[in-house]
Design a protein around this ligand. Structure first.
Ligand SMILES: O=C(O)CCC(=O)C(=O)O
Ligand SMILES: [Fe+2]
Length: 424
């Protein structure tokens, strides 16, 4: 039986990386010059040295900002009070890639094999948060299934308040853009990029004007962006987890006969994207999820993105490679998931085989290092052909699963997903 102390040391080594990256970057007047349309006339101002009258004129050229609710954009000033200008109504010569911000996001937020680490920052809107503006807590609506994060850039226009507060999984962070831009020795923008599924809010602006550009960040497969070699596949803090895993593997009392290790996800992933991007590798996973996957691969194990289904009688582990949604079932769902989707019944390491167990079903002896979460919960519909055809569904949660060999041969098992009948 896996000793609790070894598991605790593994858990402690999974340092939760903050779900954002941030910084301040000096800008020139050329970067800070904003041209915009208002009715028939054109205007411009330099956001690195704008006066209150210019900022007030810009605020008046904006429309009230809406926000995404489901698939709709709604206006509700109890929830969000700010001005917005669509990208078609203004122009700036500032590019996030030229300022090195896209590279920083790639290194710090996107933690994937080099050939998948392409980030595209697409300008979304300009916002002006005048006095009494705010935006209550929300998650950003993903615009397409390759969008993974949002980027907010705040210009050095005088204002107080308007900090961005983020919270995820019981932790909170504050991005005080007013202080960051005020304290910089030369005119600088402050930026923050955060995963779209992180809750965030803009606190009340108590004076001045907070002017921002927002960008949607997409995974992009264009090879035009070459990744600098210096970007490491595994970031330094992953050494802690790697060392803890190696120590656990060296301990004969840890999974003496081998078994599966499971890791619950720390972030949300749309299942359509999981099938497309993550089935064979952890490409573009977020934060500690990405770190765990990368370290397991580095240790020559074969982690897979898998789903834990709550089946009829059992929990069933199915690699996302073999996940088909909307299929037909001529048998009970547990058997279908095992026989047609390379699923395995999950049992704990020392757990007895339940009575009336169908001996044909393969078993995965699973130890959860981090608990299964419902961040990436989804539902699969299928048609069950019993006496009559009926539409049924089964719920699943995404996880990282890895098969580990017995003591002395930890990394020798490639979990091909084939329906090996042996009890692991
Ligand atoms: O301005 C900010 O700091 C955040 C804005 C925001 O959350 C949004 O536009 O969705
Ligand atoms: Fe937002």
């Amino acid at each position: 039986m896996a000793s609790e102390e070894i598991l605790d040391s593994l858990r402690a080594a999974i340092t939760l990386k903050p779900p954002f990256c941030t910084g301040a970057v000096p800008i020139s007047s050329d970067h800070a010059t904003l041209f915009y349309k208002k009715g028939e006339s054109a205007h411009w101002l330099d956001l690195s040295q704008a006066n209150p009258e210019q900022l007030q004129a810009l605020a008046e050229a904006c429309e009230p900002a809406t926000f995404g609710l489901g698939q709709n954009d709604v206006l509700n000033e109890e929830y969000r009070k700010a001005g917005k200008m669509d990208a078609s109504n203004f122009s700036m010569r500032i590019h996030m890639s030229d300022l090195g911000i896209v590279d920083r996001i790639r290194e710090q937020l996107l933690y994937a094999p080099e050939d998948q680490k392409y980030v595209k920052a697409e300008l979304y809107k300009l916002n002006v948060y005048g006095k009494d503006s705010f935006f209550k807590s929300h998650k950003d609506t993903p615009r397409g299934d390759t969008m993974f994060a949002s980027l907010v850039v705040v210009f050095p226009t005088p204002h107080e308040g308007g900090a961005l507060k983020l919270s995820h999984d019981g932790e909170e962070w504050t991005f005080d853009s007013a202080a960051l831009t005020r304290d910089a020795p030369t005119p600088s923008i402050a930026y923050i990029a955060f995963y779209s599924d992180v809750d965030h809010e803009v606190t009340l602006v108590t004076s001045g004007h907070r002017v921002t550009l927002t960008y949607n960040l997409f995974l992009d497969s264009s090879p035009s962006q070459k990744i600098p070699r210096s970007v490491q596949a595994v970031a330094p803090d992953s050494n802690l987890f790697r060392d803890a895993l190696l120590a656990a593997f060296d301990d004969p009392t840890f999974l003496p006969d081998g078994g599966y290790l499971g890791f619950g996800m720390s972030f949300t992933y749309p299942i359509s994207r999981v099938k497309r991007y993550y089935s064979n590798s952890g490409g573009a996973l977020k934060g500690s999820d990405a770190m765990i996957f990368a370290v397991l691969e580095d240790l020559s194990l074969s982690p897979s993105m898998s789903v834990v289904y709550k089946g009829l009688n059992h929990k069933i582990l199915v690699p996302t490679d073999y996940l088909t949604l909307g299929s037909d079932a001529y048998d009970d769902i547990d058997s279908v998931l095992c026989e047609e989707h390379y699923g395995k019944v999950i049992l704990g390491l020392g757990q007895d085989i339940p009575s009336h167990f169908n001996e044909d079903l393969p078993i995965a002896r699973m130890t959860w290092v981090t608990p299964l979460t419902t961040f990436s919960n989804f539902r699969s519909d299928y048609t069950y052909y019993g006496n009559e055809a009926s539409t049924e569904h089964v719920y699943g949660d995404l996880c990282i699963a890895v098969k580990v060999g017995a003591f002395g041969q930890r990394d020798t098992i490639a979990d091909s997903g084939s329906s090996d009948e042996e009890l692991v």
